[in-house]
Design a protein around this ligand. Sequence first.
Ligand code: HEM
Length: 69
Amino acid sequence: MCQLAGGPCQYKGPDMKLAHAEMDIDKAHFNALVEVLQKSMSARGIPFSAQNRMLALLAPMHRDIINVK
Ligand code: HEM
């Protein structure tokens, strides 16, 4: 998330497909994560506009992370 938000940190771990392989993650799991992130960001006083920008950067990753229907 730090890297996506513009850095300066750099993620050096496995790609998202590999990191979540064989975890049976479905759409509901992914949506639950989004809800938790929203609550966490709100609790930190992060404005909705910035929250939405972060979530918009994460959203396309569902293609690599959701691996069961
Ligand atoms: C945009 C959404 C997500 C991002 C950016 C993300 C990112 C990551 C990253 C960076 C790791 C560490 C990989 C490594 O270093 O090996 C990880 C691990 C993991 N993720 Fe995700 N993830 C996302 C969604 C999810 C969802 C929806 C679930 C399940 C509800 C999930 C479950 C896990 C689990 C169980 C691990 C392994 C944790 C561990 O071994 O300590 N992730 N994720």
